[in-house]
Design a protein around this ligand. Structure first.
Ligand SMILES: Nc1nc2c(ncn2[C@@H]2O[C@H](COP(=O)(O)OP(=O)(O)OP(=O)(O)O)[C@@H](O)[C@H]2O)c(=O)[nH]1
Ligand SMILES: [Mg+2]
Ligand SMILES: [Zn+2]
Length: 306
């Protein structure tokens, strides 16, 4: 009999149709969920994601197992899935979320980046920005936005996943960490993953000639071993990054440049959109907040706040 007697702690690398690849002590097992619900304290319904730690009863000979329980998460990176009208955990127990943009094809979209950075701030996860496709030659406006992110304390990288420029810096910054790559379809997440992790062989898509966008090639999030140590999680392209609903005060807190001025507004309930005596708007007028970041704030306030 090759069954291990007691449940073992493992980490989810990926899951498709409720069959999860779980790593336990350097070996991967194909595991199913025991019943439809987990007996964990949170009773999350079918909501396991790469990076989640789970307890499994293993069949060592068959390399299979049964997930009996999920361990408590340190954090979870969540987006609002408008199609299902429900929150969706993309990955859990992260040290870093890296949001990718490309210089071009698809075009640079700061609203997307800002929404992802807000989600990371809200989840208490460090974040950084990668500008990929540097070989296409970034324009000044995009470089200016990158400098704004750097001034706000985000790690900023420029790279070309096809010619290798900037890859070593990203390898260095991701070593020993569990890192999620997130971005629109076609920005080059899987190409970057393949450049970082030799042998990962993630599928790469071409770009739709008509729309200059990706074709949603990656279908599910999956974790790969960093060549030295750590995990890098590739994820499917997201068209529109929607946030879970939260309070306006939580939103401004997720913009690091608004945190301090927001404490001095005349009204404690200030949404920093129209109220008199708003110190966030004063900071904007004084050039201390970038107008485009403020524009992102207003749009998220409109869509994401109660
Ligand atoms: N010029 C250039 N093209 C790149 C670069 N990185 C990726 N690409 C191209 O961009 C296209 C999309 O790459 P993918 O890696 O599949 O993009 P993705 O972000 O994983 O897309 P989804 O899986 O659909 O979300 C492919 O044609 C890549 O060859 C780069 O640094 N420079
Ligand atoms: Mg991909
Ligand atoms: Zn205000």
């Amino acid at each position: 009999m090759s069954k291990a007697a007691s449940p073992q702690l493992g980490i989810i690398l990926h899951g498709i149709n409720n069959i999860f690849t779980v790593r336990v002590e350097n070996t991967s097992y194909l595991c199913r969920l025991k019943g439809k619900r987990l007996s964990s304290e949170h009773r999350r319904y079918n909501a396991l994601a790469p990076g989640d730690r789970v307890y499994c009863v293993l069949d060592l000979a068959q390399h299979t197992g049964m997930i009996t329980e999920a361990a408590t998460r340190n954090n979870a990176f969540v987006r609002w899935n408008p199609k299902r009208n429900a929150p969706q955990t993309i990955a859990a127990n992260l040290d870093l979320v890296l949001v990718l943009a490309s210089v071009d094809t698809p075009p640079f979209r700061p609203r997307f980046l800002d929404a992802v950075l807000v989600a990371a701030e809200h989840a208490g996860i460090s974040a950084g920005v990668i500008l990929n496709k540097f070989d296409l030659g970034p324009d000044e406006a995009v470089l200016e936005r990158m400098a704004v992110y750097a001034s706000l304390g985000y790690q900023v990288f420029g790279c070309s996943a096809v010619n290798g420029k900037g890859i070593s810096d990203i390898l260095e910054a991701t070593r020993d960490r569990t890192v999620l790559l997130v971005g629109q379809s076609g920005v080059g997440k899987s190409t970057l993953l393949n450049a970082l992790v030799p042998g990962a062989e993630a599928k790469i898509g071409d770009l739709s000639a008509k729309y200059n966008r990706g074709r949603h090639t990656t279908r599910f999030a999956a974790a790969f071993d960093h060549p030295e140590s750590g995990l890098i999680i590739d994820s499917p392209g997201i068209r529109e990054f929607s946030l879970q609903l939260f309070e306006a005060s939580e939103l401004s807190y997720a913009f690091p440049e608004m945190r301090e001025p927001a404490t001095h507004c005349r009204f404690s309930t200030c949404t920093h959109s129209h109220e008199p005596g708003c110190q966030v708007r004063a900071a904007l007028d004084a050039g201390l907040i970038h107008p485009d970041r403020y524009e992102s704030y207003l749009r998220l306030l409109d869509r994401s706040c109660i």
